[in-house]
Ligand binder design. Structure first.
Ligand SMILES: Nc1nc2c(c(=O)[nH]1)N[C@H]1C(S)=C(S)[C@@H](COP(=O)(O)OP(=O)(O)OC[C@H]3O[C@@H](n4cnc5c(=O)[nH]c(N)nc54)[C@H](O)[C@@H]3O)O[C@H]1N2
Ligand SMILES: Nc1nc2c(c(=O)[nH]1)N[C@H]1C(S)=C(S)[C@@H](COP(=O)(O)OP(=O)(O)OC[C@H]3O[C@@H](n4cnc5c(=O)[nH]c(N)nc54)[C@H](O)[C@@H]3O)O[C@H]1N2
Ligand SMILES: [Mo]
Length: 771
């Protein structure tokens, strides 16, 4: 176990070596090499990794190191079946690591928890469906059931899932996006009338400047590095705002470019790099706007303007109020909250002002704060002042997480469905869907933990490890009447069963999906609103019992609602064209869905804001005047302690996919063989009297009397602003209070937790070390 600084570029030989190691670990090497060649190709499968889009270059491999890990992880030959569960009790399994649980292989047989023996035991598919139907029918109210979705579900599976739950009578759709880009959807809908990004992949080729906020593409969207290094090569400015120095945001060697590989050539991925404090991006952009607004005022004295006045007049509303708020915001507050100097913000403002076409991108470093909606609306304000939406090479680009998280939302996974969606659903399927607002993740978990909700069904995902406040969530799941997990791999949620519990094994993106009418395709939507078809390549073993997600949902629906209410369910599972016909009938943008499936590169769903059509109440884009938060650490918490308070962010290592831990290295951050580490500024370490590798305990400050603590994590000196620290999720999830969430979005504040640090004492006596 060690920490040493990573010297190489991102990608390159390091990535190739890691890809090979993970291929070998899958025990399915030859098959997986051929699988990878099919990733993101026309007639192949959509990579189950991230939601970055693709430019159709024929004959080009389109996977990355981390896509390869995702494919290998799914396409393993190991199996978790009834025999496996006979050997291991649930209590024993719950003591194993997340890595161990998933490494055991693919879930391959439906199982039911037996409370007396503490083992899962085989159950037939039909009995499993009957059990679910019986429990759901016995509830007093359909709103006592929670239907969770993780973002790997296809459009077809997600559409059927919401149809089943709505026909049953609830809008309770807690979704992984509630923990992810919810703030984006909310903020953009309010500002520009649509909750999605406005750019396409082609825009990156002609942008003059790309501003990246709070994302780590080297690990989480590696195919984006190629786009960024192309941009810097042709002279565009790529400006990163990241709380940490991330390797992938500095240099990159394209592992698919033989010349670059053989000459050890690497290209910069960014031209400028700023490290704001956690939660400081709104203040940083406010500073940029303040500088630009002052320049605009001077220009106006000469009858000119640096803003796009024509655009502002024709397309927007609210500029005056916003600029008044900007003028009132003090430099003192901007510099203090952003952690960046006025000179640095002038440098950023200069780049912005002199670029004709600007794209702004962001991910979790922006969306997982208390004021995330305001941060995103500040990005929109800046872009609107300069007319940087709705023209080629410019716009807004939230970089999505799960490969189909955007599509799941499009096809109806939404706890607050629009009236028009419900009306179309009613018309196409002939039933009255429920109209009352359902639960998001935080509300669902509160309802389960208080006993108000009684049944949890998960279409993928790992809610116990993905959600905050781990001990509370464990108690909520264990207290439920029934928990059902439709999944590919064994995880923490499965080993914390409710009174009744089922694990239903399903096919993944890489598997061949054979149904009555033949081999099926599914579809997904990427970050650029492109819908692609995907068909798996891996054959199941002859004794495997996995079913496709649509087939599992149809099984539950038939048992619960009857074979023909409100639709002929079996027809949907037999031929997914039928599901797509229904999607076409209900959701705008899917005209001729089946006919357009095989278009190379997919088809574009369109974006109203890109067409300068603003679906806001005023029919204008809104320049919104939000004020900066008073402080990042809530004032009432500051009074709780005399010890120095740090702000913690939780992030992903290079060897994980959310709660799936592929390995214990975080190559680009120089961490090898371990995960229980905390990244700290060297000056803070000195003030705390800590040396590299010293063990520390971290405790949350919150307004209740629950102790939330992690113990014995190693301190690692790192390029992060003073007062900020970082640790990996899911290990650090125990520190995040369920009730600490974003305004409007209710997204857990995974990038903003107030904590105090103490030296770890073996006798567990907590001594606060003074700064
Ligand atoms: N290999 C791999 N790929 C993935 C995933 C994975 O786990 N593994 N997860 C997928 C999913 S679901 C998602 S949502 C995306 C996540 O993609 P990212 O958003 O890149 O994921 P995180 O690891 O959470 O990284 C957050 C980044 O933001 C920075 N940051 C944190 N707080 C702040 C802040 O306040 N300001 C600024 N400027 N920067 C900040 C952190 O230093 C870090 O670099 O990736 C998707 N792709
Ligand atoms: N502290 C902290 N917490 C976070 C975050 C953070 O940055 N910090 N990030 C949040 C974010 S952005 C997200 S998106 C959530 C993720 O939350 P989830 O989506 O719930 O979690 P995953 O880890 O992606 O789910 C992994 C499991 O999904 C199952 N699975 C994989 N592929 C398939 C499939 O094709 N079908 C089915 N049915 N199951 C499949 C496997 O059994 C696997 O164990 O976590 C959130 N939690
Ligand atoms: Mo995500």
């Amino acid at each position: 176990m060690s920490h040493k600084e990573y010297q190489g570029p991102a990608g390159g030989w390091g990535a190739l070596k890691a890809t090979t190691t993970h291929l070998l670990k899958s025990q399915n090497v030859a098959k997986n090499i051929s699988n990878l060649l099919k990733a993101n190709q026309d007639h192949g499968f959509d990579c189950p990794g991230c939601a970055w889009g693709e430019k159709g270059i024929p004959g080009r491999f389109r996977f990355c190191e981390n896509g390869a890990k995702a494919v290998n992880w799914e396409a393993t030959s190991r199996r978790v079946d009834g025999n496996f569960f006979a050997k291991h009790s649930v209590s024993w399994l719950n003591q194993q690591t997340d890595y161990y649980l998933e490494f055991q292989g693919r879930l391959s047989e439906p199982v039911r928890y037996n409370r007396e023996t503490d083992h899962y035991e085989p159950i037939s598919w039909d009995n499993a469906f009957e059990l679910i139907a019986k429990q759901l029918r016995a509830l007093d109210d359909p709103n006592q059931a929670e239907f969770y979705t993780s973002g790997r579900a296809s459009n077809e599976a997600a559409f059927l899932y919401q149809l089943m739950a709505r026909s049953y009578g609830t809008n309770n759709f807690p979704d992984c996006s509630n923990m992810c880009h919810e703030a984006t959807s909310y903020a953009l809908a309010e500002s520009i009338g649509i909750g999605k990004g406005t750019v396409t992949i082609d825009d990156f080729e002609i942008a003059d400047a790309i501003f990246l906020f709070g994302q780590n593409p080297g690990t989480n969207h590696p195919r984006m590095l190629e786009t960024l290094s192309h941009a810097t090569k042709r002279g565009a400015r790529v400006v990163a705002f990241n709380n940490l120095k991330e390797r992938g945001l500095e240099r990159f060697t394209n592992p698919q470019d033989p010349l670059e590989m053989l000459t050890y050539h690497s290209n910069p991925t960014t031209s400028d790099y700023f490290t704001p404090k956690l939660g400081g991006d709104m203040a940083a952009v406010r500073g940029m706007v303040k500088i630009l607004a002052e320049r605009d005022e001077i220009a106006q004295q000469h009858g000119e303007s640096i803003f796009d006045r024509e655009f502002i007049a024709a397309q927007t509303q609210g500029m005056e109020e916003y600029l008044a708020i900007v003028a009132q915001t003090s430099w003192e507050q901007i510099v203090e909250q952003s952690g960046l100097s006025r000179e640095q913000l002038e440098q950023a403002a200069n780049i912005y002002q002199h670029a004709k076409r600007v794209i702004v991108t962001w991910a979790m470093g922006v969306t997982q704060h208390k004021h995330s909606v305001d941060i995103i609306q500040e990005f929109v304000n800046l872009q609107l002042l300069f007319g940087q939406i709705g023209k080629p090479g410019a716009g807004l680009c939230p970089v999505r997480g799960h490969s189909n998280v955007q599509g799941d939302r499009t096809v109806g996974i939404n706890e607050q469905p629009s009236a028009s969606f419900l009306a179309s659903l009613e018309q196409a399927c002939g039933f009255k869907p429920p109209v009352s607002k359902g639960h998001n993740v935080v509300q669902a978990l509160r309802a389960l933990s208080s006993g108000q909700s009684k049944v949890f069904i998960g279409l993928g995902g790992n809610i116990v490890a993905a959600a905050p406040d781990t001990s509370l969530i464990v108690q909520a799941m264990r207290g439920s009447q029934l928990t059902v997990n439709i999944a590919t791999k064994l995880n923490r949620s499965h080993v914390n069963p409710g009174h009744e519990s089922l694990i239903l094994p399903c096919l993944g993106r890489t598997d061949i999906d054979m149904q009555a009418s033949g081999e099926q395709k599914i579809t997904v939507e990427d970050s650029f609103s492109m819908v692609h078809a995907s068909s798996g390549r891996v054959e199941m073993h002859h004794d495997d019992q996995m079913r496709s997600e649509p087939a599992v949902i149809v099984g539950i629906a038939k048992a619960l609602l009857g074979a023909h209410y409100p639709i002929d369910w079996q027809a949907m599972a037999d031929n997914y064209d039928c599901i797509r016909e229904l999607i076409e009938a209900v959701i705008p943008g899917f005209e001729q869905f089946n006919q357009r499936l095989d278009r190379p590169g997919g088809f574009y769903l369109g974006n109203s804001a890109r067409d300068l059509c603003w679906k806001t109440p005023s029919h204008k884009a809104q320049i919104l005047a939000n004020i900066l938060p008073e402080s990042i650490i809530p004032k009432q918490l500051i009074a709780q302690t005399n010890a120095p308070i740090f702000v913690l962010q939780t992030l992903r290592s290079h060897d994980q996919y959310n709660t799936t831990v592929y390995g214990y290295d975080d190559r680009y951050r120089g961490i090898f063989g371990e995960r229980e580490v905390v990244f700290i500024n060297p000056i803070d370490m000195a003030n705390l009297n800590l040396s590299e590798g010293d063990k520390i305990d971290i405790k949350t400050l919150w307004s209740d009397d629950v102790t939330r603590q992690i113990k014995g994590f190693k301190a690692i000196p790192y390029a992060i602003p003073q007062g900020n620290i970082a640790a990996y999720f899911p290990e650090a999830n125990v520190l995040i209070p369920l009730m600490s969430f974003g305004d409007h979005s209710e997204t857990p504040t995974s990038k903003s937790v107030a904590v105090i640090i103490t030296r770890h004492e073996h006798d567990s006596l907590d001594v606060v070390v003074q700064r």
